[in-house]
Design a protein around this ligand. Structure first.
Ligand SMILES: [Ca+2]
Length: 408
């Protein structure tokens, strides 16, 4: 990254903290109180989360009606809230999920809301409907999987047959009593998938990610029916495999399985800085909250552990971004040349990270809070962008980009 770009990012980061603090006082207290009741300490963690890297509101601008946004270069659909996830069906067809719980079907310029989707719960902007993913044999079986926080504020995975814009024969195949602030589904093959389970935790990190009896802060590996694959790792102190594939994660909002290399890649939010790209191995401890390259939101260290000490008890990230460049990564896509595309919620860029050179490049500057990145069969890209970004007049939208990530 060049120096100009880095300065730009740092400056926006400062603005963002102010904006997000203001936003955190405006949440619906009724919901927050309900969450406290349901979730105790976890809810207290959530109550301070709006000071994390996701929230930022910049200078106001004249409102733009969704029908006018749609005429902008690349905008395929607009008028939405937080479109957290995209699942591509074909060149002119995809599904996209809003945090609010709506699942939509785009075909050649027309968008239809899919009926029969279970209710999702959010707390402020957190939680809700987090991911949508097609079964690898979707063309034959029409199976779609969704990850969402259900009516009881616990993470659930449901699958259904997608026919005639309806969810048919819906089954809940995974249910946790814990709330996830970020979850992604990534398929290993037609019989197994990975599910990330996010936790916040500032200024007092939750012990959940290190607790092998808790679902929080983990990457789970499930069978296509929601069962425990018999070859899942045997974790310390356990007598049988569980759904846990790896642990010590904070808030993984990017998950990509590369079948060619048989490698699972994950990106997660650190606290203030300390965002990570990890290569996930079975049974691995990824260190949160024992160690982080970021800081607590009050500026104090997450722990006294040195990098060397952390390396002895956990797996250090393949890449981290420190407090000087707060990314807040969302969405993760490995593209042909071995680099990754990811959204940066905090500075509101689309980024490319190249592991070969260790360079982070801004592909689209200030495009808005990019939640997900997906690829069409032609190689063109789709990104989903939050309402209110890069300024409050904007609605949530889906934008088509060239294979290189340029606006048309
Ligand atoms: Ca880590």
């Amino acid at each position: 990254m060049d120096h100009l770009a880095l300065r730009d990012v740092t400056f926006i980061g400062r603005l963002s903290r102010k904006g997000s603090h203001a936003a955190s006082t405006g949440g619906p207290s009724g919901i927050t109180n309900l969450m406290r009741k349901h979730l105790g300490l976890m809810a207290l963690g959530l109550a301070v989360l709006p000071s994390c890297q996701e929230g930022e509101i910049l200078a106001p601008d004249a409102p733009i009606a969704p029908e006018n946004e749609i005429t902008e270069p690349g905008v395929l659909a607009s008028g939405y809230g937080i479109p957290d996830a995209i699942a591509v069906i074909g060149e002119e067809e995809f599904l996209f999920a809003e945090r609010s719980g709506a699942l939509h079907h785009y075909v050649g310029g027309e968008v239809t809301r899919i009926a029969g989707i279970p209710e999702s719960r959010t707390v402020d902007v957190y939680g809700g409907l987090l991911d949508v993913s097609l079964h690898p044999d979707f063309e034959d079986n029409r199976l779609v999987y969704i990850a969402y926080n259900d009516a009881a504020f616990g993470l659930a995975v449901a699958r259904f047959e997608f026919r005639d814009d309806r969810a048919r024969n819906l089954e809940v195949i995974y249910e946790s009593s814990d709330f996830s602030i970020g979850s992604r589904i990534a398929w290993e093959d037609a019989s197994r998938f990975f599910l990330s389970f996010g936790v916040g935790g500032s200024p007092y990190p939750s012990p959940g990610p290190q607790d092998l009896g808790s679902d929080l802060g983990k990457i789970h590996r499930l069978t296509a029916d929601g069962g425990i694959p018999p070859d899942n790792p045997l974790l310390p102190g356990a007598s049988a495999p569980s759904t846990i594939w790896s642990y010590g994660h904070r808030n993984p909002q990017g998950l990509h399985y590369d079948a060619a290399q048989q490698t699972l890649y994950e990106s997660e939010h650190g606290p203030m800085g300390g965002d990570e790209l990890n290569i996930i191995t079975a049974g691995g401890n990824y260190g949160w909250p024992l160690f982080s390259y970021g800081l607590n939101y009050d500026g104090t260290p997450v722990s006294d552990m040195t990098e060397e000490e952390a390396a002895a008890v956990s797996i250090l990230p393949a890449k981290f971004w420190g407090p000087d460049f707060r990314v807040a990564p969302s969405g993760l896509l490995l593209v042909e040349n071995g680099s990754f595309l990811l959204g940066a919620l905090n500075p509101q860029h689309l980024l490319r990270y190249d592991p070969a050179t260790d360079e982070t490049e801004i592909v689209l500057t200030r495009v808005g809070r990019v939640r997900d990145v997906a690829q069409l069969p032609s190689g063109k890209l789709l990104i989903s962008v939050d309402a209110g970004s890069p300024n409050p007049s904007r609605s949530g939208r889906i934008i088509e980009l060239s294979p290189a990530g340029e606006l048309p």
